[in-house]
Write a protein that binds this ligand. Structure first.
Ligand code: FAD
Length: 453
């Protein structure tokens, strides 16, 4: 089958790898770089990674790097005059630059001191900036990660328009605890702060405050990149509308990743993008009646020294919470009908794995709710040691890899397990858990190593 993929980001690269062996695959990638792990850009900014650490496995396909696809003929089924049997949009998202005077020039390009935080080129610009007053505009997950990454260079200001940080993930108390944690590492947080202009390296706020801002990193959300899809008449809402086969309104066209809208959801996260890539690879190969039915999300902040996990809805019949601001700790559980609807765990919380499992598997929460908040494990809770962890527990969230899959893959070291299951190859946050399982397996079942070539 001739398959053309538009977009060589996290979703497009994964799909290309999955299809390369059995199909004739052509990929257009507008960025001038081989595929890289976008979610590790935060670590690149923080100096935890080098660019080479971000490389994704190259796919053996006809790759048009640095070429944006523009010319699609749906009737003739061609892209730039070359035929396809199936066309896949994996065009991702683009960063939103708010309409604040001075952020962009007349040509629409960002001011020289201003950078979005989406691409490797954005990161290179931020890292090359010589100014000594870094300011981040936008206190969502990426804004907090960017501020944390820049904090090593000196004092950073994080400017946020909403009443508290991470308002999509946290409630007001959690936001305040996080702001205190950031303050302790040299990040000043200004909430309820509306940027109105950027002039001569100074960011002006609505209350008259003037902040020297160089570099100014803009992290004000993303929008699905649907320009090309709309231009050829595909049905588009907030993303390209797709069904459970990831099929768009044209039966020969599909969409996956940040640019796709499935059952009303535009996820903007890598786990759904990679799940969709895996399902679409099956659909296009006709191998199985696999369908994508949506993803259940747990969000983690990847900022050194700040542990945050947020999942589901923050409201429920029953709210149980605990705050210890002096230790930067806050936890909130939203429970309905004895099951977890959502949770926030901020700071050092030893039960994060257990809470995530209860959420994932929709299992009843223990009668002693405090055990979940305070880490006093009751006998009713599944323990977090590898031996007692259920096989169905998801260990790598980016790649949806369970403990059972890790056990069955036969690997007994992190690199082997990564190669065989993809676990740890997303944000890398599960590396310790995978190492723990590998060590446990090496002890209890070392023989498996010999049967794998
Ligand atoms: C700094 C940062 C940190 C993140 N951290 C996390 C995290 O911890 N966890 C998480 O789940 N998610 C995270 N994300 C989000 C995650 O990166 C995205 O969900 C993921 O990249 C989506 O993959 P995608 O392939 O759909 O889009 P992208 O990776 O954006 O790739 C789309 C590609 O398509 C290209 N393209 C667009 N139009 C065309 C065209 N016409 N022709 C050719 N190419 C085109 C673009 O240039 C781009 O290279 C983070 C994002 C950023 C920026």
């Amino acid at each position: 089958m001739r398959i053309t993929i538009i977009g060589y980001g996290m979703a497009g690269a994964r799909l290309a790898t999955l299809l390369a062996k059995d199909h004739q695959v052509t990929v257009y990638g507008a960025e001038n770089h081989p595929a890289y792990n976008r979610i590790l850009l935060s670590g690149l900014l923080a100096g935890a990674y080098q660019e080479t650490d971000l490389a994704l496995p190259p796919a053996n396909v006809d790759l048009r790097l640095g070429v944006a696809a523009t010319d699609i003929d749906r009737v003739a089924r061609t892209v730039h005059g070359e035929p396809y049997d199936a066309l896949v949009f994996a065009t991702g998202s683009r960063a939103i630059i708010p309409p604040v005077k001075g952020l962009t020039g007349d040509d629409g390009e960002p001011h020289p001191n201003v950078a979005a935080f989406r691409t490797l080129d954005d990161c290179r610009r931020i890292l090359a900036a010589t100014g000594s007053h870094p300011v981040v505009l936008g206190g969502g997950l990426l804004g907090v990660e960017a501020a944390r990454g820049l904090a090593g260079r000196g004092p950073v200001t994080l400017v946020h328009g909403a009443p508290h940080l991470l308002e999509r993930q946290l409630d007001a108390v959690g936001g305040a605890v996080l702001a205190d944690t950031l303050a302790a590492i040299g990040i000043t947080v200004r909430v309820n702060a509306q940027a109105v202009a950027y002039v001569d390296g100074v960011l002006r706020l609505a209350d008259g405050t003037e902040l020297p801002a160089d570099p100014l990193v803009v992290s004000c959300g993303v929008r699905a990149e649907t320009t090309l899809a709309e231009s050829i008449g595909l049905a588009v809402g907030r993303g390209v509308l797709v069904d459970d086969e990831l099929r768009a309104s044209d039966p020969a066209i599909y969409a996956i990743g940040d640019c796709a809208q499935h059952r009303g959801a535009v996820y903007g996260l890598v786990a759904p993008a990679w799940e969709q890539a895996a399902v679409l690879a099956e659909v296009l190969s006709g191998a199985a009646a696999l369908r994508y039915t949506g993803s259940r999300l747990v969000t983690r902040l990847k900022a050194a020294g700040i542990d945050l996990a947020a999942m589901g809805d923050l409201d429920g019949e029953e709210i149980v919470s605990f705050a210890d601001p002096s230790r930067g700790t806050y936890a909130r559980l939203a429970i309905t009908a004895g099951r977890l609807r959502g949770a926030i765990l901020l700071g050092d919380n030893p039960t994060v794995g257990t809470v995530t499992q209860l959420f994932d598997r929709r299992t009843p929460v223990p009668a002693d709710r405090r055990s979940l908040l305070l880490g006093r494990m009751s006998a009713a809770l599944p323990a977090e040691t590898p031996a007692l962890m259920p096989d169905a527990a998801v260990v790598c969230r980016c790649n949806t890899v369970t403990k059972g899959e890790i056990v069955r893959c036969g690997g007994r070291s992190v690199p082997q397990i990564a190669q065989r299951t993809n676990a740890t190859t997303g944000c890398g946050g599960c590396a310790d858990a995978v190492r723990g399982i590998a060590d446990w397996l090496s002890t209890v079942d070392p023989v498996m190593e010999e049967v794998w070539p």
